[in-house]
Ligand binder design. Sequence first.
Ligand code: PEP
Ligand code: MG
Length: 318
Amino acid sequence: ERAARIAEWKGPAQTKDGYRVQLLANVQDGNSAQQAAQTEAEGIGLFRTELCFLSSTEEPSVDEQAAVYSKVLEAFPESKVVVRSLDAGSDKPVPFASMADEMNPALGVRGLRIARGQVELLTRQLDAIAKASEELGRGDDAPTWVMAPMVATAYEAKWFADMCRERGLIAGAMIEVPAASLMADKIMPHLDFVSIGTNDLTQYTMAADRMSPELAYLTDPWQPAVLRLIKHTCDEGARFNTPVGVCGEAAADPLLATVLTGLGVNSLSAASTALAAVGAKLSEVTLETCKKAAEAALDAEGATEARDAVRAVIDAAV
Ligand code: PEP
Ligand code: MG
């Protein structure tokens, strides 16, 4: 019965009482973007550009990069597409951009931090994104949003946003370092949007390597500590009128999607194959139930308790 409901689900996503949540796709190249376009995805919420260049020993030229980005933008010619600037380093080493031999690569020079020492790497990438976007005639109706990974300070957010705006791009940041969530009131005024990366936010909040199977009980986005940082980010987003999305694996978990909706997240981005299950779940619950689910999760002692408490809230309501 559940499988049938998922197969039959049609977007756009909304709760039973009509509260809209944008469902977007995580993609890594033109092919995955084309696949996403066949689903109910309303756009792309995370284009992981670094995955295009995992075997590139030399930096592709602006034109070469623009051609790669065009393939993704073309899949959603009339919709929002969020392109993430290179998140090289740590678990995603890009030969032409990554630092060699760091003691703690997850805490090292990765993501936007690489651009501090090699700003042209970032400006050329932004030039390529702007070029692809302009050539396809994307404008106010189909905006190209760009966000930086691993932002930790308001200064970094402003620095990145200025470079985006010089090129007519909409500027955002990932909230995946706990400091960025805690400083949301200083970061958001510089930006047009933020997107919470629950994979890294969980890793850094729990001080637990996301690659370690032994630590899976800690690297669980149901950890109330992580949910409290998400709540804080959403509350500040509402205060500053800054859209807040989630683009980590948490967005693919239908039950957790009810919690994220209750916390005030405006968009959820996940693998396109996961979206129908999320949309179907949201259609079964009211916003009020999502808020109750969020309260129960925030108040739980741990991840397991949060899951159980939310399941009980949802089961009682549907
Ligand atoms: C995240 O950290 O949650 C995220 C979406 O980015 P990535 O998984 O690529 O680090
Ligand atoms: Mg990340």
